[in-house]
Every structure is written in structure tokens, then in C-alpha cells.
Design a protein around this ligand. Structure first.
Ligand SMILES: [Zn+2]
Length: 225
């Protein structure tokens, strides 16, 4: 979500369903930092694995939808996030972009549904789930449902912010870049305040920073909020 990330000798590269994927070493480091407060090495490892799986599923959603439209995407995971990159070609429109953007969070929601179903089936079958597995189920739910919904907020450069810009671009008389930035600043600061009140400090800082980035982009365009 923050542009192209350069290669390092420590990148892990593989291909999944024909989509090339690359993991930057900072992805692991930042995931560990965010999970450090869990306080137990086994829980930190489970957390990192859950983050990895969830973000991979999310980016695969974007990538497979882009592939369905005939583009050749690749995935990069980095700094507690990732992106699916491709060169838009013939027939690319706001609708194509909206479909590709929605496919990421949607893949996460489907993944969440599968995990929930698995948990119910195992429970009904009387399988005694150990504590680590239960923790992993909880984490997968938190990341895929909670962060999936948060990612749909109309704040740039989150998927929701980009969808908002694409939807506005469907209206000819609206400057979609300008208005998506203005919405991004307003919603971004409001969410920062809300998360602060809910004592979700990371989320409050993140949304504050995103709102400031949008405000800066408005300034670069000589526009005011
Ligand atoms: Zn996404």
C-alpha cells in the first residue's frame, strides 16, 4: 500500500496458483514487533503465521481477480501489509478497479467463514482443540474480519479509500482525486479519535498518520480541506 518495495537478498519468493509472490524480510520483523505484546514466544509465532496467511489470502484475492480480467499481477508482502501489483491494460475501467479492490477484503471474509466453519465442525465432532489452535482461530478471526472491515473505510490508501475514489470517478462533474482526499482526511481523523477513545492505540496512530498523508496530498495540490 506504500508503493513498490525494493528487492533484498533475504526475500522469499514462490508462486501460488500461478501468481508470483515475494516476501520482504521486514514483513516478518514488523509482524513480530506487533505481536511482541503477546508475551509468549509460541503465541508470537502463531500470530506471525496468522498474519502471513491472512495477508497472503487478501492479496491473492486482489491478484486472482486481476488475473481474471487478463492482467499479470505479482504479490509483495512487506511491513505488516502487502500489495498485488499489475499493469492495467485494455478494458481497464473504474468498475474493473473496484472489482479488483473488493476482491481482497472479500477473500479475507471467505477465509474467516472457512475458519469459523472448521472450528464449529471440529467442536461438533468432539475434537479437543488445544489452546494454541483456539488462539490461532481467534487471531484469524480478528485479522480477517476486524481488519477486513477497517480496510474498507474510505481512507486512502486503504482499499476502501481507493474504492471511494473509483466510485466518485463515475460521476463526471466530481473531481474524484480531490474529494476522495477530503473524505480521507475527515474519516481518517474521526477514526483516529474513535480508536483513541477505544484505547486501540496502534489503530489510532495509523489512522492519524493516514489522515495526515491525505492532508499533505491536498496541500501538494494547493487545495484545502
Ligand atoms: Zn487490499
Amino acid at each position: 500500500m506504500f508503493g513498490q518495495v525494493s528487492r533484498t537478498p533475504y526475500d522469499i519468493e514462490f508462486s501460488l496458483l500461478g501468481i508470483p509472490a515475494r516476501i520482504h524480510p521486514l514483513f516478518w520483523l514488523v509482524s513480530v514487533i506487533f505481536g511482541w505484546q503477546l508475551g509468549r514466544p509460541d503465541l508470537v509465532v502463531i500470530w506471525v503465521m496468522c498474519v502471513f496467511l491472512s495477508i497472503l489470502v487478501h492479496e491473492m484475492g486482489h491478484a486472482l481477480m486481476a488475473r481474471a480480467f487478463g492482467y499479470w499481477p505479482h504479490i509483495v508482502l512487506h511491513h505488516f501489509g502487502g500489495y498485488a501489483s499489475f499493469t492495467p491494460g485494455r478494458g481497464y475501467s473504474a468498475w474493473t478497479s473496484i472489482a479488483i479492490l473488493l476482491a481482497g477484503p472479500l477473500a479475507g471474509f471467505v477465509f474467516f467463514g472457512v475458519v469459523l466453519l472448521l472450528e464449529i465442525v471440529l467442536d461438533r465432532a468432539g475434537v479437543n482443540l488445544n489452546q494454541q489452535l483456539l488462539v490461532a482461530f481467534g487471531m484469524l478471526g480478528y485479522i480477517n474480519l476486524y481488519w477486513g472491515l477497517v480496510n474498507l473505510l474510505p481512507v486512502l490508501p486503504l482499499d476502501g479509500g481507493q474504492i471511494c475514489r473509483d466510485v466518485l470517478s463515475l460521476f463526471r462533474r466530481v473531481d474524484s482525486e480531490l474529494w476522495s482526499l477530503r473524505i480521507s482526511v475527515g474519516v481518517g481523523f474521526a477514526m483516529a479519535l474513535l480508536f483513541y477513545r477505544l484505547e486501540a492505540r496502534y489503530a489510532a496512530v495509523l489512522f492519524g498518520l493516514l489522515a495526515l498523508m491525505s492532508l499533505q496530498s491536498l496541500g501538494a495540490r494547493n487545495e484545502r480541506w
